[in-house]
Ligand binder design. Structure first.
Ligand SMILES: CC(=O)N[C@H]1[C@@H](OP(=O)(O)OP(=O)(O)OC[C@H]2O[C@@H](n3ccc(=O)[nH]c3=O)[C@H](O)[C@@H]2O)O[C@H](CO)[C@@H](O)[C@@H]1O
Length: 362
C-alpha cells in the first residue's frame, strides 16, 4: 500500500509525519511512503538524510498579507496544485495525509479532486489556517489535543495525540535513564526546529548570574543557523562547559542526557518532552498564531509538569534564578518529570495508521 504525506516547513509539522511514515512502513513489507513538501522547508534537509523520497512543490501562504503578495500566493498555490496532481497520478497513493504547513493544501485538494482517501493531522491546541480550511475536504481529522476539537467537524474528528518518532518511543521504553559518566547537572537548551534568537540572546545574559552553579553545569545548546558563533563565544568568555550546535539530529539522546530543559513550547516539542518525562522551563514563542505556544505551555504548568516564563518578563537574571532553584531541588525536578510523563500519549502513530487503513477498507 502507498501513503503520501504532505506538508512540513517546520519540524513541528514534519516530525509527526515521519513518525506516521515509520509506523506505516513497519506494518507490511512492500508499503511505500512519499513525502511532498517545499525546497525551503526543513523537509528538504531532513528527509534525504533519513532516506525518505521527497517531491517538492511550489507553495506559499495567502493569508493576511497585501494584495500583491496574496495574488502571488494564489498563483503559487495553483501551480502547486497542478504539480500535486501530477505527483498523485505518478505515485498513485492509496492514502494521503496532510501534516500542516503550506505544502499540505495543494496536495490534499488534489487528492480530493482525484477521490483518494485523505486525512489531516493537527498538532496544536489552536489549529493553523491551512488545517482549518482542509478539514472541509478531509475524510478524517486527527487531533493532538482535546482543545482543538471545537475547530473541526463533529463526527469526523478523532483525538489521537501527536505521533512520536521511533527514536523517542524507544527511549520511553527503556526508561529514558542516562548512564552517567559524571555527576554534573545537564542543561539542554533548544528553540524548536529552527532555534530561537531571543533564547540565544538571553542565555548569554544568564551566564554571569549562575555563580557557583557554573562548575556543576554541562550545557548543550541548539542555536539554529544564525547565532552559533555568538552563543559559542558567550560560553567561552564566561568559562562554561557547553556544546553549541545549530541543530540536533538525535533529539532522543539529547532528552535522555538532560536533567532540565529550557525551550519553546511548540506542540511537537511538548509531545516529546511529556513522553520522555523531562522537567522543563518553557519560554513560549509570543508570535505563534493565536499565541498557541503559551496555551501549550500553560497546559503543562497547570499539571505541575513545567514552568513558564513569558518573553515579556524574560531576563537573564530571572532565568538564571529559576535554573538555580531547580538545580538545588531534585525532588521538584523529579515531580515535574513525573507529571510530564502523566500527560504523554504514546500510541498516536499507531492509531492514525489504524484509522487510515480502516477508512481505506470501507
Ligand atoms: C514559531 C512557530 O510558530 N513554531 C511552530 C512550529 O514549531 P517547531 O517547528 O519549532 O515545532 P515544535 O517545537 O513543535 O517541534 C520541534 C521539532 O523539532 C525537533 N528538533 C528540534 C531541535 C533540534 O535541534 N532538532 C530537532 O530534531 C524536535 O525534536 C521536535 O520534533 O510548529 C509547531 C507544530 O505545529 C508549533 O506548535 C509551533 O508553534
Amino acid at each position: 500500500m502507498k501513503l503520501l504525506i504532505a506538508g512540513g516547513g517546520t519540524g513541528g509539522h514534519l516530525f509527526p509525519g515521519i513518525a506516521v511514515a515509520e509506523e506505516f512502513l513497519g506494518r507490511t513489507k512492500g508499503n511505500e511512503v512519499l513525502f511532498v513538501g517545499t525546497w525551503k522547508g526543513i523537509e528538504a534537509r531532513v528527509l534525504p538524510k533519513l532516506g525518505y523520497p521527497l517531491e517538492c512543490i511550489t507553495a506559499a501562504g495567502i493569508r493576511g498579507k497585501g494584495n500583491v503578495a496574496r495574488a502571488k500566493g494564489l498563483a503559487m498555490f495553483l501551480y502547486g496544485y497542478a504539480q500535486s496532481r501530477k505527483i498523485l497520478k505518478e505515485f498513485r497513493p492509496d492514502l494521503v495525509l496532510g501534516v500542516g504547513g503550506y505544502a499540505s493544501a495543494p496536495a490534499l485538494l488534489a487528492a480530493k479532486g482525484m477521490q483518494i482517501p485523505r486525512f489531516i493531522h493537527e498538532q496544536n491546541a489552536i489549529p493553523g489556517f491551512t488545517n482549518k480550511m482542509l478539514a472541509t475536504v478531509a475524510d478524517q481529522v486527527f487531533i493532538s489535543l482535546e482543545e482543538s476539537r471545537k475547530f473541526f467537524p463533529e463526527g469526523r474528528t478523532l483525538l489521537t495525540g501527536n505521533p512520536l518518532r521511533r527514536q523517542i518511543l524507544e527511549q520511553v521504553v527503556d526508561g529514558g535513564a542516562d548512564e552517567r559518566q559524571d555527576d554534573a547537572f545537564h542543561l539542554l537548551v533548544f528553540g524548536g526546529s529552527s532555534g530561537a534568537h531571543r533564547i540565544n540572546l538571553t542565555l548569554a545574559e544568564v551566564l554571569p548570574f549562575l555563580g557557583e552553579a557554573k562548575g556543576r553545569l554541562r550545557i548543550t545548546h541548539q542555536t539554529g543557523e544564525n547565532d552559533l558563533e555568538d552563543v559559542t563565544a558567550a560560553y567561552e568568555e564566561h568559562g562554561f562547559q557547553a556544546d553549541a550546535v545549530p541543530f540536533i539530529d538525535g533529539m532522543a539522546d539529547a532528552y535522555r542526557w538532560a536533567d532540565l530543559i529550557v525551550c519553546r513550547a511548540g506542540a511537537t516539542t511538548i509531545a516529546e518532552i511529556t513522553a520522555c518525562g523531562k522537567p522543563c522551563i518553557f519560554i513560549p514563542y509570543p508570535h505563534a498564531v493565536d499565541d498557541h505556544q503559551r496555551r501549550n505551555a500553560e497546559a503543562l504548568l497547570k499539571c505541575g509538569a513545567g514552568l513558564v516564563i513569558i518573553e515579556k518578563e524574560l531576563t537573564g537574571e530571572l532565568l538564571a534564578r529559576t535554573i538555580r532553584e531547580l538545580m538545588d531541588d531534585p525532588a521538584k525536578l523529579r515531580a515535574m518529570g513525573d507529571a510530564a510523563k502523566g500527560l504523554a500519549r504514546l500510541a498516536a502513530a499507531q492509531t492514525i495508521v489504524d484509522e487510515m487503513l480502516k477508512a481505506k477498507k470501507q
